[in-house]
Design a protein around this ligand. Sequence first.
Ligand code: ADP
Ligand code: NI
Length: 209
Amino acid sequence: MIIERTEDWVKERLAHDTTGHDWYHIDRVRKVAVMLAEKENADQQIVELAALLHDTIDDKIVANEQVAVEEVKKFLVEQGLPKPALYKVLAIIQTISFSKGQELSLLEAKIVQDADRLDAIGAIGIARTFQYSGARNQPIYDPTLSVRGQMTREEYRHGKSSAINHFYEKLLQLKDGLHTQTAKEVAEKRHALMEQFLDQFFLEWEGNA
Ligand code: ADP
Ligand code: NI
């Protein structure tokens, strides 16, 4: 089955990631994406394949995105995936990254992006943010670093920041960018938890809790 072979292929590639893109991130995104696809009447196979493959071309993980796209394409051709589905999957994984800020037209792309974004908020989102920050040698919080507003992709990736600033630079905005009604409903609780976490964090920071 193409789904199982894709799982194995992705596991091999992401097994050792410590930046928040490990296999269990992929598996959570896949499960939520399939659930959204059912509720929103989208093509399940395309959604599941794109969810499984969505981070294998990420420029945080691979040295060259274009080379990685070619590898995914070769893999899917070998699996005998029909051309229309293949091109949709490739289009989805190349357009959904937050940092690219692209408009999405395919429902299946919106669903995979929603699922990926849901995994960046809530309890898991908090955990991943601190893991990513540690992996990039960023502090938990540094009051001398101000929260950055609009920034270029380069600044977003390589400028100085902290785990706490990342909540204000990205995570608290994710809820409003979700596409599907189902994902918006799931996001409510996760968003509220991040707000509570930040309130408590600053109370403790000042020694007031
Ligand atoms: P992007 O959408 O920016 O490409 P990802 O969604 O791949 O980023 O990020 C993976 C995880 O790392 C997410 O949980 C995200 O919130 C977190 N992360 C990304 N950039 C930063 C950062 N600069 N500081 C802290 N956490 C980050
Ligand atoms: Ni992801």
